[in-house]
Design a protein around this ligand. Structure first.
Ligand SMILES: Nc1nc2c(ncn2[C@@H]2O[C@H](COP(=O)(O)OP(=O)(O)OP(=O)(O)O)[C@@H](O)[C@H]2O)c(=O)[nH]1
Ligand SMILES: [Mg+2]
Length: 344
């Protein structure tokens, strides 16, 4: 998963190692910087002297000192790599700032190798953006008054209905009953599609005729759950663009009438930057509580997985990893960061 990004992150490590690997001596002018330019020359040797001396001393004592200029090119390459992997611009900048900060100045800490310093800087910088807003989903379900009402939103074809079926299975595995409510009264065939899932999973389904009011369907789902002691109502909605005013007004009505405990935004990991933009737009239009990224099994750049939480302030809660009902996993920021930095 996210192999492209993984390669690029290890490229950064190599870049830094390369730009810091020549062991400097106080009288070796080459070590003052890789590409001495006119400004360096004009400033004279007085700028380079103490830095070089410090570094030589650090080498002598086994410490590693990274100079600003060692990082310039690697950081630029890292920025390009992140952007190419569809990491959102503000997120890439945040990552660069954290990496720079933890590798320079204060943190000239004792580490074994430059590689380790890079690894720990990248680890902290990535976790900082990926883990934004995380909460324990299962604990929240356990603690909430029943029924817990969850509504799923997003654009067409990203995997909302499939994710509902998977989540129903996931909840069942943990002892929670659920009912499906088909708020997609818009698309022809939507009832039949979710009916198939409900039948296969042996779940009850609340649906109205095509063209009906989605808020009314989900409301009926809640009443059904209350009457039958069902723990969770999973409310589907039609795929929509955040720009389709009528459909967005429907979401507001669902919010008003049903007041769901959670609204989860669903999008595809493979949509990269588009998924990031849509998450932000949906969150602005009707606040979401978290996101599900589907199709993480397909070869995706990883940009969405890294950016969505930072950009929306809401966590990614699940990854969809295939078409089967079991192909859903809790999104674990620490595990993702470790796998991105794992050298095998
Ligand atoms: N490989 C893979 N395919 C998935 C995943 N999640 C959903 N799909 C597939 O994506 C297609 C669309 O899924 P749906 O659940 O119908 O998407 P939707 O968002 O409900 O679509 P609309 O109701 O039309 O807006 C189906 O063929 C699913 O099997 C996933 O995690 N991995
Ligand atoms: Mg659907």
């Amino acid at each position: 998963m996210f192999d492209g990004l993984k390669d690029k992150l290890s490229g950064f490590r190599e870049d830094v190692e390369e730009s810091t690997d020549s062991e400097p001596t106080a009288d070796d002018p080459e070590t003052a910087g890789d590409e001495p330019d006119a400004a360096d020359a004009a400033a004279g040797d007085s700028d380079d002297g103490p830095g070089t001396f410090q570094r030589a001393k650090a080498f002598a004592t086994g410490r590693i000192i990274i100079e600003e200029e060692d990082l310039e090119e690697p950081l630029w390459n890292l920025e390009m790599a992140l952007l190419e992997s569809d990491v959102e611009m503000s997120v890439a900048e945040r990552i660069l700032d954290s990496v720079r900060e933890s590798m320079l100045g204060e943190s000239r800490k004792q580490v074994e190798t430059t590689g380790e310093l890079v690894e720990s800087a990248l680890h902290d910088a990535l976790l900082d953006v990926i883990a934004v807003g995380q909460f324990d989903f299962e604990e929240r379900i356990a603690a909430a008054d029943k029924p817990v009402v969850i509504v799923f939103t997003g654009v067409n074809g990203v995997g909302k209905t499939t994710s509902i079926a998977k989540l129903s299975e996931w909840l069942g595995d943990r002892g929670y009953s659920s009912v499906l409510a088909n708020g997609d009264t818009y698309r022809a065939g939507a009832n039949e599609q979710i009916r198939e899932h409900a039948d296969r999973l042996d779940r009850d389904l609340i649906s109205h005729d095509q063209g009906g009011d989605p808020a009314a369907v989900i409301y009926d789902g809640v009443e059904y759950a209350e009457a039958n002691d069902v723990d969770v109502v999973l409310g589907d909605t039609a795929g929509r663009l955040h720009t389709s005013d009528d459909l967005m007004a429907q979401l507001e009505k669902i919010d008003r009438v049903v007041d769901p405990d959670m609204t989860l935004f669903v999008d595809e990991a493979v949509a990269g930057q588009d998924a990031v933009n849509r998450a932000k737009e949906f969150n602005d239009a009707a606040a979401i509580d978290g996101a599900i990224l589907t199709k993480a099994d397909a070869d995706s750049s990883g940009g969405a997985a890294i950016s969505v939480a930072y950009v929306t302030g809401k966590p990614i809660l699940f990854l969809g990893t295939g078409q089967g009902y079991d192909d859903i996993t809790r999104f674990d920021p620490e595990a993702l960061v470790e796998s991105l930095l794992d050298e095998e």
